[in-house]
Structures are given as structure tokens and as C-alpha cells.
Ligand binder design. Structure first.
Ligand code: HEM
Length: 545
């Protein structure tokens, strides 16, 4: 008789059914006992996970937390997965990562929480140490990851510049040249050759050249016939991709991989080397030019951000270091390159599925062109250039682009950290140090925010009596809100409208049938396989009547 049996009999004088079962189990060979224990453990884990699912909307497994669901979602569509969980949980849920990792966070899509976090309690929700440590190798102390004084100073300098007449004229002029001397010839040749092309790639090249002109005052010439490979652009893309992988890797693991120079971290190191070489070379050249340029007038004529930051001196007369200037430029490239280009790619894809929207945009363009008909001497169909006041009058196009951004925001999720214990307006308790993810993509798909037709592409929801009506930044969070509202918002709308109108006026853009369109997991919402399209020249007489 074994000890287990003895103990049970001793306690009450009778053997219970459980005791009998136990004694039977102990009589079995060791392998079967282990198997039985594993089955019992699995049943326990499954019941526990089921109970948690009922409570949290998502299975929480012992040790690994919600990681299995996340990994499964990563194989399909992570943004849709987050949306469905948020939907089921009323707009906010807690993500439990594996034990001993830093993947725990609160995920929210509730506009009340967004207003609280982005505006009301702004200073209690910085980007935080976790975000900064994760992106530091790529973004350094640049505006995207910075907090407090480091952020505030950059915001002030850049904001003054963004709102200056000089800067505005640089953006308008550079865009005009890029569209008319580079984009349209590339499209024209794709149209002549009847070859499908990746429109997302072409748009990324355009915005890359544009933002380099604005940030560095140099034109890298990414968008030109033959679409040459630009090592810096490739390296920049690799570096952002490798950085996002850190967010879904436990910190200790990616730090160990960085130390041993392995896998993703090796790729990041190599691509950063190229990014840095390019940035430092530009900074060296600019400093040399500025020191050679005689007279304040010539210096003042330059209006790119690098010049403004290079010339800046603080109260003690200290200038920024080269490393900091590198960070400023890299951050502005990230801000300006990947956002409006991917937004335009989703917009053209949506137009393909909604020809009625395209017709209305064309009607608006036609009206604007007709109004200046008498004024078009010397301007043929090909050379027509939209003036900035005409671009401003394109209200339906503005609505159609906003609607595309509502459904496919260029920044699909964003991140904050809690400094002091807090309670969100929806009652969620936040402990100091908690990470908060706000799910911008999911917000565009919430019935509670946009009504029953939230998933439909309907530019009309933005219009009242034909005029564009903006929405609260805490409902439509594509450009962020509060003190960290996107600095490039006005420029981005101008850029997207000018590019979209210039293309649509001349070409019908057809997405290649069966081309797969899915979002890629990245800091910005790229299409994973690009956007393969063919172009057909529009008949101007048809457009005008
Ligand atoms: C469709 C186009 C764009 C969208 C959807 C967009 C969206 C955003 C979002 C969501 C943020 C907040 C990011 C964060 O704090 O984590 C942001 C910040 C910012 N954006 Fe944009 N952006 C666009 C275009 C641009 C362009 C073209 C520029 C400049 C050339 C620009 C410059 C900035 C800057 C400097 C910030 C940092 C603001 C700060 O932290 O104070 N953006 N943008």
C-alpha cells in the first residue's frame, strides 16, 4: 500500500472516490502518470483561459498571457484583430503579455480616453522611457520620441518654421517641380508602355524627395525615369522595419541580440550605418556652405529645416550638435515620407472600389478648371498646373482623402506611458508606468464613433452644404491631437490634394485585378505588396463636359 492511500483512509476512515482514483493513478506506470497529469493540467489551463476569455474578451494563458492570440493575429491582420477585441470589450482592454516581459499594456479606442491622454492630462502621458529606448537607435532625441524640454524646443523651432511664408513657398514650389517635372513624366511613360507599376513605390519616392528638400535642402532624385535604387531610401526603410520588430520582442531579448549582433539587430545596425553616413555627409556639406556664404541675406534665403536648426543658438549661445541635427533630419524624413504617400496609395485603391466617388472628384476638378477656362492661354491639357487657391477649393477631394485616412490612418497605432496613477474617463485604472496604446485604425471602425456605416467609404460624412467640416481630433485621430498634433497636417493635405488632382485630371488609375492589398506591420501603414496599377490617359474633352 502506498502512502497516498494510507493518508486518505486515515483522515475519515472511508476512501472517497477521488482517493480511489488517486490510488489507482499511483498504481499506473510512471509514463502514464505523467501523461495523466499533463491532461489534467491542460484541462485546468483551458478552463482558466476560458474563464479569462469571458472576463477579458481574450484568452489569457498561464505564463504566456495573450501572446498566442497576438502571434496568431500577426499571421493574419493584427489591426483587424485589435479592432474586434476592442469592439467586444466596449473600446478598451488590457493586453497581458508573457510573464517577466514588458509586453503588458492598455489598448484603447475610446475618444474620451484619447482627449484625456492627448490634451487634458498631456503631461502625465509622455512617450516615455520604453518608447524612447526602443526607438533611440533610429530616432535619437528627435521630435517623435522626445518628451519635455527636448521635445518642446524642437516643436517651437519647427512650428515657427512650418508657419512661415518662406517655408510655405518652399513647399509649394518644390511640390510643383516634383509633380510636373518628375512624377507626370514617369506616369506618362508607364502609360505609353502599358506596363503595370507600383504606385505606392512611386508616391514614396515623390514624398521622399519632397521631404528631403524641405528637411535637408537637397534633392536625392529618387523619383526619376527608370526609378533607380537609392541606397539611403532602402536603408531607411530597413531601419524602420527593424525598429518596429523591437516592439513585439521582449526588451531583454532584443538587447541581447544587439549585444551579440544577431538577426534583426544586425540588420538594424547595418542599415543605420548607411542612414547616418548620408545624414552626416549632408550636415557637413551644409555647415560648409553656410560658413562660406557671405552676408546674412543669402543665409536667410535658405528655408529648409536643417539650416534653421543649424543656425539656432540657445540663450547661452550654444548651437546643436551634429548628432542632434542628424536626429532632427531623420525624424522629419520619417514624418513626411511615409505618411502622405501611403495615405494616397490607400486613397487610390479606395477610388477603384468606389467609382462614384471618383466621378464626384472629377466633377469638382472640372468645375474649378472651367471657372478659369478664359484664363488658360498657353496652358494645354498636359501643362495645366493647379494653383494653391484652387487646391484649397477642392472640398470634396479634401473629404475623400480624410475618409481614406479615417479607414486607413497612416499611423495605425500610437503609444504613451503613464507617469502617475490615473483613471481614464471610461473607468480604466492606470498604474504608474503602464503603457497605453491608442488604436487609431480601430477608431475608424467603431460603430459607437461613426455609426452603423462606419466601415463604408463615404466622403459625404465630412460635408455640410458642400463644405468640408472637420471632426474632433479625438474621434478622427489620424493626425494626433492636443499639443502634439501633427505639425505637417496642412502641408500634408496640400501635398495629397495637389498630387491626387494632378494625377486624376490626366489619368484613370486601375488597380491590377487580383493584386493582393493588405497592410504591412510597420510604423506606418504601408501596403504589404505595394499597389500595382495601370494607367489610361483621360480624354480631356470628356472630363470637361
Ligand atoms: C497624411 C499625412 C500625415 C499623417 C496622417 C500624419 C500623422 C501624424 C501623427 C499621427 C503624428 C503623431 C505621432 C506621434 O506623436 O507619435 C504626427 C506627428 C508629426 N507629424 Fe505628421 N502626419 C502626416 C504628414 C506629415 C508631414 C508631411 C510632415 C512634415 C513634413 C509631418 C510632420 C510631423 C511632425 C514634425 C510630427 C511630430 C509632432 C510632435 O510630436 O510634436 N507630418 N503626424
Amino acid at each position: 500500500m502506498n502512502s497516498g492511500n494510507q493518508t486518505t483512509t486515515f483522515s475519515n476512515g472511508h476512501s472517497s472516490p477521488t482517493a480511489n482514483l488517486m490510488s489507482f493513478l499511483w498504481l499506473l506506470p510512471a509514463e502514464i502518470q505523467i501523461l495523466e497529469l499533463l491532461v489534467a493540467l491542460s484541462i485546468f489551463v483551458a478552463i482558466h483561459a476560458w474563464q479569462q476569455t469571458k472576463r477579458q474578451g481574450l484568452a489569457v494563458w498561464p505564463v504566456v498571457g495573450m501572446l498566442p492570440s497576438l502571434l496568431l493575429a500577426l499571421r493574419h491582420d493584427m489591426y483587424e484583430w485589435i479592432t474586434s477585441v476592442l469592439d467586444g470589450m466596449g473600446g478598451t482592454f488590457t493586453f497581458h503579455g508573457p510573464w517577466l516581459t514588458n509586453l503588458q499594456c492598455i489598448v484603447t479606442a475610446d475618444p474620451r480616453n484619447l482627449e484625456y491622454l492627448l490634451k487634458t492630462k498631456f503631461s502625465n502621458f509622455p512617450k516615455g522611457k520604453y518608447f524612447q529606448n526602443t526607438v533611440r537607435d533610429l530616432l535619437g532625441d528627435g521630435i517623435f520620441g522626445a518628451d519635455d524640454e527636448v521635445w518642446h524646443r524642437q516643436r517651437k523651432i519647427a512650428s515657427l518654421e512650418f508657419h512661415s511664408a518662406k517655408f510655405r513657398s518652399l513647399t509649394v514650389q518644390s511640390l510643383y517641380e516634383l509633380v510636373h517635372s518628375r512624377l507626370l513624366p514617369v506616369l506618362e511613360s508607364a502609360c505609353d508602355n502599358r506596363t503595370p507599376m507600383d504606385l505606392q513605390d512611386v508616391l514614396l519616392r515623390l514624398t521622399f524627395d519632397n521631404v528631403c528638400i524641405i528637411a535637408f535642402g537637397i534633392d536625392p532624385g529618387c523619383l526619376r525615369p527608370g526609378l533607380p535604387k537609392i541606397p539611403f531610401a532602402r536603408a531607411f526603410e530597413d531601419a524602420t522595419e527593424a525598429t518596429i520588430i523591437r516592439f513585439i520582442t521582449p526588451t531583454a531579448i532584443w538587447k541581447a541580440m544587439r549585444f551579440f549582433d544577431l538577426g534583426n539587430e544586425r540588420r538594424l545596425r547595418r542599415s543605420l550605418k548607411q542612414v547616418d553616413e548620408f545624414a552626416y555627409e549632408v550636415i557637413r556639406t551644409r555647415k560648409k556652405e553656410l560658413s562660406l556664404e557671405s552676408g546674412d541675406e543669402k543665409k536667410a534665403a535658405r528655408s529648409d529645416l536643417l539650416t534653421v536648426f543649424t543656425n539656432y543658438k540657445d540663450e547661452e549661445g550654444m548651437a546643436f550638435s551634429d548628432k542632434f541635427l542628424r536626429d532632427v533630419c531623420v525624424n522629419f524624413i520619417l514624418a513626411g515620407r511615409d505618411t502622405s504617400s501611403v495615405a494616397l496609395a490607400w486613397f487610390f485603391w479606395l477610388l477603384n472600389r468606389h467609382p462614384e466617388v471618383e466621378d464626384k472628384i472629377l466633377e469638382e476638378i472640372r468645375r474649378i478648371v472651367e471657372e478659369r477656362e478664359n484664363n488658360r492661354e498657353g496652358e494645354g491639357e498636359k501643362s495645366l498646373v493647379f494653383k494653391s487657391e484652387e487646391v484649397k477649393r477642392m472640398e470634396y477631394l479634401h473629404a475623400a482623402l480624410s475618409e481614406a485616412l479615417r479607414l486607413y490612418p497612416s499611423v495605425p497605432v500610437d503609444h504613451k506611458e503613464v507617469i502617475e496613477d490615473e483613471v481614464f474617463p471610461d473607468g480604466t485604472v492606470l498604474k504608474k508606468g503602464t503603457k497605453v496604446i491608442y488604436a487609431i485604425y480601430s477608431m475608424g471602425r467603431m460603430e459607437s464613433i461613426w455609426g452603423k456605416n462606419c466601415r463604408d467609404y463615404k466622403p459625404e460624412r465630412w460635408l455640410k452644404d458642400g463644405r468640408f467640416m472637420s471632426e474632433s481630433a479625438y474621434k478622427f485621430t489620424a493626425f494626433n491631437g492636443g499639443p502634439r498634433l501633427c505639425l505637417g497636417k496642412d502641408f500634408a493635405y496640400y501635398q495629397m490634394k495637389f498630387v491626387a488632382a494632378s494625377i486624376l485630371y490626366r489619368y484613370q488609375v486601375k488597380v491590377v485585378e487580383s493584386h493582393p492589398v493588405v497592410p504591412k506591420l510597420a510604423l506606418t501603414m504601408y501596403m504589404k505588396y505595394g499597389l500595382k496599377v495601370t494607367l489610361a490617359r483621360r480624354n480631356e474633352s470628356k472630363l470637361l463636359k
